[in-house]
Write a protein that binds this ligand. Structure first.
Ligand SMILES: NC(=O)C1=CN([C@@H]2O[C@H](COP(=O)(O)OP(=O)(O)OC[C@H]3O[C@@H](n4cnc5c(N)ncnc54)[C@H](OP(=O)(O)O)[C@@H]3O)[C@@H](O)[C@H]2O)C=CC1
Ligand SMILES: O=C(O)CCC(=O)C(=O)O
Length: 377
C-alpha cells in the first residue's frame, strides 16, 4: 500500500511518499520495521515484508510478515519536523488499517528508533482512546513508554549469539576454514548504527574478537590490532563523522574495505552491498548477514562457489523481532514481568507452606497411631 501525504514544514508544504506491505497474514498481527531512507521504494518494502514472514517462522514467533518505509532523509529535518511527519504518516497508516495492536505492529529499522515508535504509539492512542491495548500497536518503544529493556540492543545481541552458536560446531567452523572460538577472530563490520554498533561492541568486549575495520557512510576506520568500538561510537556521536578518529587509519572509499582480508564480515547497514561486481574479491571465511539482504542473489552463488560460508539474515538478525514479541506480549497482558515473577514466587511459597503443613499433619497423625499402638501393648 502506497501513501502520499502533505506536511507543512516551516511554512512550506512538502509531500511525502511511504509504503506498508503485508506479505503474509497467516498469523496476526503482522510484524516488521518501518525505515526512513531516501532510497526506499515499494519493491524493497515488499521484499523485506516477505523476509519478515520467513524470519518470524524461523524463530517461531507468532507473527505474519510486514514492512514499511518512508522516503525521506531524516538527517535533513529537525526533531519537530520529524515528529510532525511521523505523526501524519501514522495517522495515514492507522486510517488504512495498517497499524494496530491486533493487525499490524511496526518496529524500528534503518533511520528510526525508540523516539519514532513513541510518537507512533501516542498518535494511535489519540485516535483510539478506547483501545486498552494501544501500547502494543508498535514495539521498540522507550522503556518508560511501554517498551522493554533489551530491545534496543536485541538485534546486535542476536548477531553475537548466532556467531557464538556457529563456533559451538567445530565441523562447521572447520568447513569455513577456521578453528577455535571467536577469540582473536578478525571481524569487519559495515554500518555502526543500531545493529552494527551493538554486534561489534558485544563481539569485541564479551567474546574477545578483533574489530579490524568499521565501514561507515563517510569512509572506513582500520586497525589490525582491533578498534575500540565504544570509543569509535562516542567519537561519531560527538563529531558526526568517523573522519579524524585518532586510533586508526582512515580509508575514504568504504566499499574497498569490504574486500579487506578478515575472518568474519558483518554487513550491518544496507541491502545489496555484496554483488556480482565485488563478490569475487571478498576476502573472508564467513559472512554474517546482520543487515537485511546485504548479499544479492548473484553474489550468493559466487561466494558459495568460492567456499565462503553465509549465515542468512532471517536467522542472524532475528533477535530484534524476538524481543519485540516479548514487548508486545507484555503490552497486551497488562502485567509487568516483575509482577508476574513475584506472583509465581508467591504461589510457589504458598505451595511449599501447604506442603509443610500437610507433612506436619501427617506426622501428628502417624505419631498418634504409634502412641495408640504403644498404649495397647
Ligand atoms: N533495528 C533493528 O532492530 C533491525 C534492523 N535490521 C536491519 O539491519 C540493518 C541496519 O539497521 P539499523 O542498524 O537499525 O539501522 P541504523 O539506521 O541504526 O544504522 C545503519 C548504519 O549504517 C550506516 N550507513 C548508511 N549508509 C552506509 C554506507 N553506504 N556504508 C556504510 N554504512 C552506511 C548508517 O550511517 P548514517 O547514520 O550516517 O546513515 C548507520 O550508521 C538494516 O538492513 C535493517 O533492516 C534487521 C533486524 C532488526
Ligand atoms: O522488531 C520487529 O518487529 C521487526 C524488526 C525488523 O524489522 C526486522 O527484523 O527486519
Amino acid at each position: 500500500m502506497q501513501i502520499r501525504f502533505p506536511v507543512k514544514i516551516k511554512g512550506e508544504i512538502e509531500v511525502f511518499t511511504g509504503w506498508r506491505a503485508v506479505h503474509s497474514n497467516h498469523r496476526l498481527p503482522v510484524k516488521g520495521g518501518i525505515r526512513y531512507a531516501s532510497y526506499a521504494d515499494q519493491d524493497e518494502v515488499e521484499a523485506l515484508a516477505a523476509l519478515m514472514t520467513y524470519k518470524c517462522a524461523i524463530v517461531d514467533v507468532p507473527f505474519g510478515g510486514s514492512k514499511g518505509a518512508l522516503q525521506i532523509d531524516p538527517s535533513k529535518y529537525d526533531r519537530d519536523a520529524l515528529e510532525q511527519i511521523t505523526r501524519r504518516f501514522t495517522l495515514e497508516l492507522v486510517r488504512k488499517g495498517y497499524l494496530s495492536p491486533s493487525e499490524n505492529v511496526p518496529a524500528p529499522d534503518v533511520g528510526t528508533g525508540q523516539r519514532e515508535m513513541a510518537w507512533m504509539a501516542d498518535t494511535y492512542k489519540h485516535l483510539h482512546p478506547e483501545d486498552i491495548n494501544y501500547m502494543a500497536c508498535v514495539t521498540g518503544k522507550p522503556v518508560n513508554h511501554g517498551g522493554i529493556r533489551g530491545r534496543v540492543e536485541a538485534t546486535g545481541r542476536g548477531v553475537e549469539y548466532a556467531l557464538q552458536e556457529f563456533f559451538r560446531h567445530p565441523a562447521d567452523v572447520g568447513h569455513a576454514g577456521m578453528s577455535g572460538t571467536l577469540e582473536g577472530k578478525r571481524i569487519i563490520v559495515q554500518g555502526l548504527g543500531n545493529v552494527g554498533y551493538h554486534a561489534a561492541k558485544f563481539l569485541s568486549e564479551d567474546d574477545g574478537a578483533l574489530i579490524t575495520a568499521i565501514i561507515e557512510r563517510d569512509g572506513a576506520l582500520i586497525n589490525d590490532k582491533g578498534l575500540k568500538v565504544e570509543a569509535v561510537y562516542q567519537y561519531i556521536q560527538e563529531h558526526g563523522t568517523i573522519k579524524g578518529y585518532p586510533d586508526a587509519s582512515f580509508e575514504a572509499d568504504g566499499k574497498v574495505v569490504l574486500e579487506k582480508s578478515c575472518d568474519i564480515l558483518i554487513p550491518a547497514a544496507l541491502e545489496g552491498q555484496i554483488t556480482v561486481e565485488n563478490a569475487a574479491r571478498i576476502d573472508t571465511k564467513l559472512i554474517a548477514e546482520a543487515a537485511n539482504g546485504p548479499v544479492t542473489f548473484g553474489a550468493d552463488a559466487i561466494l558459495r562457489e568460492r567456499g565462503i560460508t553465509i549465515m542468512p539474515d532471517a536467522y542472524v538478525n532475528a533477535g530484534g523481532v524476538t524481543v519485540s514479541y516479548f514487548e508486545w506480549i507484555r503490552n497486551i497482558s497488562h502485567i509487568r514481568f516483575g509482577r508476574m515473577q513475584r506472583r509465581q514466587d508467591e504461589m510457589r511459597g504458598h505451595q511449599i507452606a501447604n506442603l509443610l503443613r500437610g507433612v506436619a499433619i501427617l506426622r501428628k497423625f502417624v505419631l498418634g497411631i504409634q502412641a495408640q499402638a504403644n498404649s495397647k501393648t
